[in-house]
Design a protein around this ligand. Structure first.
Ligand code: FAD
Ligand code: NAP
Length: 339
């Protein structure tokens, strides 16, 4: 086999929480052939396989008794361009934010609101990444995945991915589909999404009257840098809980006791609550127990101050979940993938 497999590899550099656990076996795949070689090698030895990208949506609670296969495939190509609509394909191992920058540098709009999200292209469909009013489903043009049960390649269109709020078919079937490359339908025009949170305000502050997609990206990067901890400085996996979508009747009950409740009505009559607001109201913002903590500026983000274990972070998360359920009657679901 041409790919190198290493035993007992520290995963600390490969997860943004910076948790020190080991992979029993570790390898990086740079193309489809290496993916297939590694899956066959693991199958012969009856090793389970855990596929990872940038490790920015993982909570590792113990040494991983598997072959950890890190997607490192590179390549971006334009599949079609009619002067207005451009379809671009990127390999799974491409880093997400540099890919977004590449599209903007080439005059393509559509991904700007998703700037500065860590991780890889291949993991982006897993939870239909979203930020500032845009999700990848809004610009999705297809993907190619390997069915790990049959070894066959399959192309998925938008409908087949069954995307939901931070959710997809792939997230609901862990270990089945290995995403090899993803396609996006972008625009040569500028249909911008500026009405979410502080985006327009930041553009105004920056003196930008007629923003380009690049201006929106720059504004969003500056907002994110102020609010979110940089994993290179403070270990974290972004939002630790999904924003719960609950019945309107529950929202009214909570609002009676908490008139400032932050809530967003959904098309189906349910209401999305800001999980960070609930956690902050419950007094967890800035909480620290050893090296596991809740970020001081953003209560939705759990942080590792250095030596926290995945178990300690998980225990803290469970305490928060129990407290939010007791106080508000709302169940918080973890967003990162637990191993
Ligand atoms: P990993 O963490 O490596 O993997 C995540 C899951 O996908 C795992 O279950 C893994 O097994 C699986 N997986 C990875 N690659 C593949 C593949 N090629 N095929 C099949 N399965 C695969 N998320 C948002 O949605 N919006 C945000 O705004 C956002 N902001 C963030 C900010 C910070 C500071 C951080 C640390 C995280 C943030 N995230 C956000 C979460 C995270 O960056 C995204 O979910 C990202 O897409 C994860 O990519 P990754 O390559 O790091 O995936
Ligand atoms: P924020 O702007 O302080 O808003 C708090 C929450 O309210 C967000 O989670 C958002 O839900 C919701 N919200 C705000 N304005 C809304 C609107 N106009 N319509 C519907 N919902 C609205 O949030 P933030 O923490 O600074 O994050 C900004 C954006 O980046 C959000 O979209 C967030 O999801 C994304 N982000 C995600 C992660 C992650 O790891 N998943 C990490 C950092 C940032 P939504 O989350 O549904 O947008």
């Amino acid at each position: 086999m041409s790919v190198q497999v290493q035993a007992q590899v520290s995963l600390k550099p490969f997860n943004t929480f910076g948790i020190e656990v080991k992979a029993a076996q570790f390898a990086q795949a740079h193309n489809d052939d290496e993916v297939r070689q590694l899956l066959a090698y693991a199958a012969e030895r009856q090793w389970p396989v855990l596929v990872i990208g940038g490790g920015s949506n993982l909570l590792l609670t113990a040494d991983v008794q598997a072959l950890v296969l890190r997607m490192a495939s590179q390549g971006i190509r334009v599949l079609s361009d009619d002067g207005q609509r451009v379809v671009v394909e990127a390999e799974a191992g491409e880093a997400w934010h540099p890919f977004v920058q590449w599209t903007l540098d080439h005059g393509m709009a559509g991904l700007e609101n998703l700037s500065l999200i860590p991780g890889t292209v291949g993991a982006a469909p897993m939870q239909n990444i979203g930020a500032y009013g845009v999700e990848i489903k809004d610009v999705f043009a297809g993907l190619t995945a390997l069915d790990r049960h049959t070894g066959e390649l399959r192309d998925f269109d938008l409908q087949a991915c069954d995307f939901g709020y931070r959710d997809s078919l792939f997230k609901r079937n862990p270990g089945r589909w290995l995403i090899l490359r993803v396609r996006f339908a972008l625009s040569r025009g500028t249909q911008l999404h500026l009405d979410y949170g502080p985006v327009r305000q930041r553009l105004n502050e920056q003196g930008v009257e007629q923003p380009s997609a690049q201006d929106v990206s720059t504004a969003i990067c500056s907002i994110r840098r102020e609010k979110l901890p940089d994993p290179l400085e403070l270990g974290n996996a972004g939002s630790f809980f999904k924003n719960p979508v609950v019945a309107a009747v529950l929202v009214e009950r909570i609002r009676q006791a908490h008139p400032g409740l932050v809530a967003y009505p959904q098309a189906d009559g349910q209401v999305k609550l800001a999980a960070g607001w609930l956690i902050e109201q419950a007094g967890w913002k800035g909480f620290r127990d050893g090296d596991a903590g809740v970020h001081q500026q953003q209560a939705l983000v759990l942080v590792n101050y250095g030596q926290a274990s995945g178990g300690q972070l998980h225990a803290l998360a469970q305490k928060i979940q129990g407290d939010i359920l007791a106080r508000f009657g709302v169940e918080l679901e973890m967003e990162p993938n637990l191993y």
